[in-house]
Write a protein that binds this ligand. Structure first.
Ligand code: THU
Length: 125
């Protein structure tokens, strides 16, 4: 993935800024757009939990809200043993703005690479 080491650093920094007082699950995400711009964001859990947002959705909204509608790569960091993959809602959102996006999920000790297409449900025949 283009600018992978920058994206990894930004995802770790975002995870450190996560606001997750309820779950304590601190997720950081970063992304790169087709024109090489990098964005990052974390999950945010306000008191009204249903208003909370995943790190992936936060970072996609930042990019799209800043005028970048084509995402080519997303990096997700969690300080856990197993890498974290985006939830179903985030997969759908990512696919709208990055139909071929690469997704790198990593932790201090492991990583997993997918494309968004790998993570979407397949159409019925
Ligand atoms: N979360 C993310 O930010 N990304 C994921 O891929 C999985 C879950 C957040 C949502 C909530 O703040 C916390 O992790 C627990 O589910």
């Amino acid at each position: 993935m283009e600018k992978e080491s920058i994206l990894k650093r930004r995802a770790v920094e975002a995870s450190e800024k996560a606001f997750a007082p309820h779950s304590k699950f601190k997720v950081g995400a970063s992304l790169i757009t087709e024109d090489g711009e990098v964005f990052s964001g974390s999950n945010v859990e306000p008191i009204t939990l249903s208003l909370g947002i995943c790190a992936e959705r936060n970072v996609v909204f930042q990019a799209v809200g800043s005028g970048h509608k084509k995402i080519t790569g997303i990096v997700i960091y969690t300080p856990t043993e197993e890498p974290t993959l985006p939830c179903g809602a985030c997969r759908e959102l990512i696919s709208e703005f990055g139909s071929d996006a690469e997704i790198l999920s990593f932790t201090p000790t492991s990583e997993e690479r997918n494309t968004i297409q790998d993570l979407l449900p397949k159409e019925l025949e």
